[in-house]
Design a protein around this ligand. Structure first.
Ligand code: SF4
Ligand code: SF4
Length: 351
């Protein structure tokens, strides 16, 4: 794989040059708060590459927390009264700088839902295709990172266009795709790294993977009957402490539930798509008042069955989790997907 060496002294200059072609997005830490997220980088703003995994995942780059899909008017004097009209969107090229490998891999899992042979969500797909992902390898994974056991890892390139590996005085940029190469050209970074760089990156990758001690096991879940797991007696205990706050789903890079609402003010209206959560009772309530997931147990069971069983059965490609650890870090009552997965993996129904 071609590797370009970027001198740290030319980092800010290259980002600035790339702005002629790309809008830049990167991790930003809130002032005086322990909160970080991916945001547009205004002029002279640099991505904060010290942020390990942003508090909220970067899924909002492609799937905003709320976005306008369509507009309409209810003004009967207008020819287009009560007709939906498309809403202008900006899908010009954007470069996502400093995304971590597991977060980029998460987009590939979510793509299975939004971009299928039968159905294509134009909002998600067009925003995703506008992005060039310039990832940053994780040299020092934190204690909640279990990404290698979810088929990604601290140096995984699967969802990336470029993987940056930080050394003391440079970034070694592994070129993964043509989109990635185009970005590096736009930034004016063209110096190929010398002999031995592949070994250097390989050694750093091994060292990073060795530091990861957390893991998740799901090897036996695929062969289990859905109804055996669904009716298992451990869900009562697993869901007992949950307060249905929804935080785990909002911070997760692979959770994709959303709601569609029409909002009319005066004679003008918008149809919006906004994040929702399987942890909220209102998510599934019917207009009749019946709620098929009316209890806490049902909602917690749905979250874990979807991520760890239904997804695996449907796509036969691992679980719907990239091991970023955010839901574990953020849950106010310490519910841990690793221990629930282990319970599911080892569960045997009573004979
Ligand atoms: S973050 Fe924890 S308490 Fe909140 S909904 Fe998720 S599992 Fe329940
Ligand atoms: S389920 Fe938890 S650990 Fe897995 S991707 Fe989502 S937030 Fe990260």
């Amino acid at each position: 794989m071609k590797v370009i060496k970027i001198d740290k002294k030319d980092w800010a200059g290259g980002l600035e040059r790339s702005r002629n072609t790309y809008k830049l997005i990167g991790p930003v830490k809130e002032k005086d708060k322990d909160i970080s997220s991916f945001k547009p980088l205004g002029k002279d703003m640099l991505p904060d590459l010290d942020v390990m995994a942003t508090s909220v995942s970067p899924k909002s780059i492609v799937f905003p927390q709320e976005e306008v899909m369509l507009t309409y008017t209810t003004d009967e004097s207008k020819e287009d009264c009560n007709l939906f009209k498309s809403h202008d969107k900006d899908y010009s090229p954007r470069a996502v700088i400093g995304i971590r490998p597991f977060d980029a891999a998460a987009f590939l899992l979510v793509k299975k839902n939004f971009d299928t042979p039968d159905y294509r969500d134009p909002y998600w797909c067009d925003a995703y295709e506008a992005c060039t992902f310039i990832g940053l390898a994780i040299n020092n994974p934190d204690s909640l990172d279990f990404s290698p056991s979810t088929k990604t890892g601290p140096f995984d390139t699967s969802g990336l266009d470029v993987l940056l590996v930080e050394t003391e005085d440079s970034y070694l940029a592994q070129v993964v795709t043509e989109k990635g190469e185009a970005y590096l050209n736009a930034a004016g970074w063209e110096n190929e790294a010398g002999n031995g760089v592949d070994k250097q990156i390989g050694d750093m990758k091994k060292a990073a993977e060795t530091k990861i001690t957390s893991s998740i096991s799901y090897d036996k879940i695929k062969s289990k009957e859905i109804l055996d797991l669904y009716n298992a007696d451990f869900w009562d205990q697993a869901s007992f402490a949950c307060i249905n706050c929804g935080t785990c789903t909002y911070v997760c890079p692979t959770c994709w539930c959303f709601d569609i609402q029409d909002e009319t003010r005066g004679k003008k209206g918008i149809r919006t798509k906004a994040w929702d959560s399987c942890m909220f009772p209102l998510f599934t309530i019917h207009t009749t008042g019946h709620n098929p997931r009316g209890t806490k147990l049902q909602r917690v069971r749905q979250r874990f069955m979807h991520k760890l069983k239904y997804f695996m059965d449907k796509y036969d490609d691992g679980i719907m989790c990239v091991g970023c650890g955010r839901c574990i870090r953020s849950c106010p009552v310490n519910i841990d997907i690793r221990s629930i997965c282990e319970t599911m993996n080892n569960y045997e129904p009573a004979k």
